[in-house]
Design a binder for this molecule. Structure first.
Ligand code: TTP
Ligand code: MG
Length: 348
């Protein structure tokens, strides 16, 4: 059966999260990394900085030489992990088949997804919109019949781009594709290919499987397949979704406990929307999550409920007693019954 794969990759991820936190950084070259005094390197930089030739893994000292006005911010992993989890939460609304490659990158197999009338392109559009609205960063997406092409596609119109390679476009797309765009073709292979006069996939095809194997071993065979746009790797299944939650990170941390409680109705509304297609019988319990401004978080659960407003109020009141610190994030969610366990019980 025809696969529909979406590959998502956030744009200058760590830098984008920092720009979201401090909007005054937008429009000027900035990076995230270690300081030049300590022989640090850039983890990434925004697109303004890339115009100066700056790249991930470049030493901070070298970067400052190329771009003296560069601002280098320290790395804040907990923050990036939080945004990554929020992104995955959005992906999980469309499919259980999600394969994360890193914090900011994932493959989604939406072949069976009923969302958007089954249109992978419209699912990708909706995901891009929702990530931008909820996480304050942009992601680029590629839609294609397999993993290889979806990844090439997400990179095609970066930043903030969407590229779709429909099955009938694969042939034309792949013929003109630069061999350097193939994942796994690094500097060495690329130079070797260029020496053989091979720059694009059309030329790669003409060389033939046998010659390619001779020069590149088993990778040569793979190159031949990819040059035809063929890739049968599956998206490696993530565990089945065990919970669904909505959460809000506040622009300003909230000190007032009463004020936190007033946030419940709007979160409830969002939760209800997300739960509309889900059988309420599957819900096992309700939980709240509170993250304090020191990034410590706590969750509190209530079993045997269908997630009512009063339940969340009670849970939240209790959870808020666990720290005196201002509140950074609030979440409401439900956990689902384990269906495999239910199945087993039937046979007991
Ligand atoms: P990438 O997706 O490779 O890069 P990016 O998101 O910063 O930029 P692009 O728009 O080109 O996708 O990596 C994701 C994050 O991983 C990146 O923001 C920082 C981190 N990272 C490192 O820490 N070291 C590295 O060498 C690279 C490449 C990334
Ligand atoms: Mg990225």
């Amino acid at each position: 059966m025809q696969q529909k794969i979406i590959h998502i990759d956030a744009d200058c991820f760590y830098a984008a999260v920092e720009m979201r936190e401090q909007p005054q950084l937008r429009g000027r070259p900035m990076a995230v990394g270690g300081s030049s005094e300590r022989r640090g390197v850039l983890t990434t930089c925004n697109y303004e900085a890339r115009r100066f030739g700056l790249r991930s893994a470049m030493s901070s000292a070298q970067a400052l030489k190329l771009c003296p006005q560069l601002l280098i911010l320290p790395i804040r992993m907990p923050l990036y992990k939080e945004v990554s989890a929020q992104m995955r939460n959005i992906f999980a609304d469309y499919t259980d088949l999600i394969e994360p490659l890193s914090l900011d990158e994932a493959y989604l197999d939406v072949s069976q997804s009923p969302a958007q009338g089954g249109s992978a392109t419209n699912i990708a559009k909706e995901i891009r919109k929702r990530v931008e609205r909820n996480c304050g960063i942009t992601v680029s997406a590629g839609v294609a019949p397999n993993k290889f092409l979806a990844k090439v596609a997400s990179d095609w119109n970066k930043p903030n781009g969407l590229t779709v390679i429909a099955p009938e476009q694969v042939e034309d797309f792949v013929r003109q594709l630069d061999v350097d765009k193939i994942h796994g073709v690094g500097k060495v292979t690329s130079q070797k290919l260029h020496k053989l006069g091979i720059y694009n996939c059309e030329q790669l095809r003409q060389v033939g499987k046998l010659q390619l194997s001779k020069h590149f071993g088993s990778f040569g065979q793979r190159l031949f397949e990819l040059a035809h746009g063929r890739d049968d790797r599956k998206v490696i299944n993530q565990r089945k979704r065990k919970s669904l939650s909505v959460e809000r990170t506040f622009d300003q941390d909230i000190c007032d406990r009463q004020m936190c409680l007033t946030k419940i109705p709007e979160l409830m509304q969002e939760l209800a929307k997300r739960l509309q297609h889900i059988d309420k019988q599957k819900i096992k319990n309700a939980f709240v999550k509170v993250k304090f401004n020191d990034f410590n978080s706590t969750t509190l659960e209530l079993a045997g409920t269908t997630a009512k407003s009063e339940d969340y109020k009670k849970l939240l009141q209790q959870a808020l007693l666990r720290s005196e610190r201002p509140v950074r994030l609030l979440g409401l969610g439900v956990r689902f019954k384990d269906e495999s366990q239910q199945q087993l019980r039937l046979f007991d």
